[in-house]
Structures are given as structure tokens and as C-alpha cells.
Design a binder for this molecule. Structure first.
Ligand SMILES: [Zn+2]
Length: 381
């Protein structure tokens, strides 16, 4: 007879892969999802938890974070962020480059209780100069962009490296223009991995960037404010942006300290251009606002009019597809037993974007319980 380690009862389970949205019991055993039933019979010494009035989801995936703590100035402790955001899978977006990836593997990925992946920075040293008093873009010296080094490190670390990250913009790339992204394109193609493009002040402009992206690639900071937003005159969605969506380029929030403006998001949402993936771009300069974390970012989109049913795939199913990890972001039978129990609070909550606007929202998602490998997780020991 089957035994269970943990049963969570009576929560509203939302699981887009399974087409489930309703009140169900879910049981975990031996690190895997064991059963979803209307009423699961208790067996042996199974721990039980009542989630009445709460939301139960697959463990959340944050596709754009900076968690190379201690080795890069922008890195945050991902286990601390996990506790308040329900993120069970973190994707570091370019903190590490080929020159310091070995440390990311040993000191972050291998010692983590949580799932960790990386998009490898095209620049050799990763994001090395990112602090209030020191801002040196890693793509501003073209000598740092070495295709061979990227290919070699990515080939040896395919288990962790699931994409290539390029920060293309005046701040990250100085006078390098589109060249870093062009090199990233070649590397991503040779590896058959997706390319994630950051953009900031032009050049290059967003149109030029989109011109180098293909189906399955990711435009992060997609709702960034002017200059270089996805809108024309701050009002209409650029034609190239619409075409990019049709081509299958994925739009990722990448909130950060400068990557998300409510005004741009409102226009895009009104035009049907919702984010494919919700991500925080959490790093040292935004972990205490305005981004905070994945769940805070998601709460903002709830207050901008997206429904919880629309938000969930963008934090589970869609980023799992980008990672090519069908066993993550799902609670299908046999999947890794990572789950979160959330509260949906109502009240008046101030939310700030990266352009200085404050929105008073009426809803807020908060973490109740995190389940890792089928057990309640309260942080690193
Ligand atoms: Zn970032």
C-alpha cells in the first residue's frame, strides 16, 4: 500500500499543465507528487496541512534573477528571496560568464536546496561592476566577448546552462552597439539554446534587438520605460514588437530597478501583449524595492488586471518550457514535489514601478508554505 509524506488538503489547486483549477487534496511521497484527489485517505504517519481558502501551485520559477551572492556585487541570497516569494527554481540571468562559471556551479548551484539554472553571460567575467558607485557594463569592452570561451563552458555545463544572456544597451555595452548581441546569437545557435536579450538606453534600439531574436528567444525588461520602450510616443505598440510576438519571441518582465513601468504594461496588456514569463530580475539594488521578488512582481500584474489563472502559467509552465524541464512547474503525478501555498490578501497595497509611479492595489499574493521535495521547507539549515 502507498504511503504519503505530506498531504495538503482543501486548497484551490491551479495547475495549467493538468488543466486543473479547483479545490483538491494533493499528496507527496518520496520527493514526488503522488496523488491529486478530491479527498485523499490518510495513510501511516503522513503530515497533513489544511489549505482552505489558500491557493496551491507548483513551485514558482523566476526566469531572471541574480543570485551569484558574494562573487558578484549584484548577487542576492536566493534562499532568503525564496522564503518570501515561493520561488523554488531560480534562473540566474548572466551574473556568471565563462570566466567565473565554475564558482557559480560549486558555491551556488551545488550547495542549493532549491533548483538553480543559469543563462551564461556572453561576457567573460559576467556582470562584474554593478553597484551604486561602480557601473561598468560587461559588454563595453569587446575583448571580453569571446565566443570560444562561451561555447566551451556551456558545452561542459549543459545541466545548468539553459541559455545565453546578453545585455545590449548603452549602459551595459557602452559603444559596442549591436555587436554583443550578434556574438550571442552565434553562440546560442551553435549550442541550440535560447538567447535572452536585455535592452536599456539606445543604441541599440529595441527594433534592432528584436531583429536578431528568433522563436523561443526572450526579450527581458519588455515593459521598460522610455527611452527605448516597446511603444511609439508612449502610446502605441511598435509594429516590430507585435511582429516579434507573432514570431514566437517571448516577452519577459525582468522588473529590476529599471525594467518595468506600469504605463507601458497597461498599454501592452490592453493590446493583448501579456508577459509570457513573469520574472523579478531581483538583485542587490532592487531586492528592497521596487522589484522585491517574483511574487511581488506578480501581485503588481494582478492589480493591473491579469487574473490569477493568467499569472500562474507565466511563473510555472512557460519558464519550465524555456528551461526544457518538463518535470518542473507542474504537479503532474511523478513530478518533483515542489509546491507553494499562497494567500491572496485583499486591502490597500502600494506598489511602485521603476518609473516612479505608485499604484494602490487591492490585492497581494503572499507565501504561506513552501514545499521542496515533498517536505515543508523553512529555509536553509
Ligand atoms: Zn538582470
Amino acid at each position: 500500500m502507498k504511503k504519503y509524506d505530506l498531504i495538503i488538503r482543501n486548497g484551490r489547486l491551479i495547475e495549467p499543465n493538468l488543466g486543473i483549477d479547483g479545490v483538491w487534496d494533493i499528496a507527496f511521497d518520496d520527493g514526488k507528487v503522488a496523488a491529486i484527489e478530491k479527498s485523499i485517505t490518510k495513510k501511516d504517519n503522513a503530515k497533513e496541512m489544511d489549505a482552505s481558502g489558500k491557493i496551491v501551485l507548483p513551485g514558482l520559477i523566476d526566469l531572471h534573477t541574480h543570485i551569484y551572492w558574494g562573487a558578484t556585487s549584484l548577487g542576492v541570497s536566493h534562499e532568503e528571496v525564496a522564503l518570501r516569494s515561493g520561488t523554488t527554481t531560480f534562473v540566474d540571468a548572466g551574473s556568471a560568464g565563462p570566466g567565473n562559471f565554475a564558482g557559480f556551479r560549486r558555491f551556488i548551484a551545488e550547495s542549493s536546496a532549491l533548483q538553480v539554472y543559469s543563462f551564461l553571460n556572453i561576457s567573460y567575467a559576467g556582470i562584474f561592476g554593478f553597484a551604486p558607485g561602480v557601473m561598468v557594463g560587461e559588454c563595453s569592452d569587446i575583448r571580453l566577448l569571446n565566443k570560444k570561451e562561451c561555447l566551451s563552458v556551456a558545452e561542459k555545463n549543459r545541466d545548468l546552462i539553459r541559455g545565453i544572456k546578453v545585455r545590449a544597451g548603452h549602459f551595459a555595452g557602452g559603444d559596442s552597439g549591436i555587436a554583443p548581441l550578434a556574438i550571442g546569437r552565434e553562440v546560442a545557435d551553435e549550442l541550440n539554446l535560447p538567447l535572452m536579450a536585455h535592452f536599456d538606453h539606445p543604441p541599440p534600439g529595441v527594433e534592432e534587438i528584436l531583429g536578431l531574436l528568433r522563436e523561443g528567444d526572450i526579450l527581458t525588461h519588455c515593459y521598460r520605460p522610455e527611452p527605448n520602450s516597446v511603444l511609439t510616443n508612449g502610446k502605441q505598440v511598435k509594429e516590430s514588437v507585435r511582429m516579434a510576438k507573432d514570431k514566437g519571441i517571448l516577452f519577459d518582465i525582468g522588473h529590476g530597478m529599471g525594467g518595468m513601468a506600469f504605463e507601458v504594461a497597461r498599454t501592452m496588456l490592453a493590446e493583448g501583449l501579456a508577459p509570457d514569463t513573469i520574472s523579478s530580475d531581483v538583485h542587490q539594488l532592487c531586492v528592497n524595492g521596487p522589484a522585491y521578488d517574483l511574487l511581488h512582481t506578480a501581485s503588481k500584474f494582478l492589480c493591473l488586471g491579469m487574473s490569477i489563472e493568467e499569472l500562474v502559467p507565466a511563473m510555472t509552465q512557460n519558464p519550465a518550457r524555456v528551461l526544457r524541464e518538463p518535470g518542473l512547474g507542474t504537479l503532474a503525478s511523478g513530478a518533483k514535489a515542489d509546491a507553494v501555498v499562497l494567500n491572496l490578501e485583499t486591502g490597500e497595497f502600494p506598489y511602485k514601478d521603476a518609473a516612479g509611479e505608485t499604484l494602490i492595489g487591492k490585492q497581494k499574493l503572499s507565501v504561506d508554505t513552501i514545499v521542496i521535495d515533498g517536505k515543508i521547507w523553512n529555509g536553509a539549515e
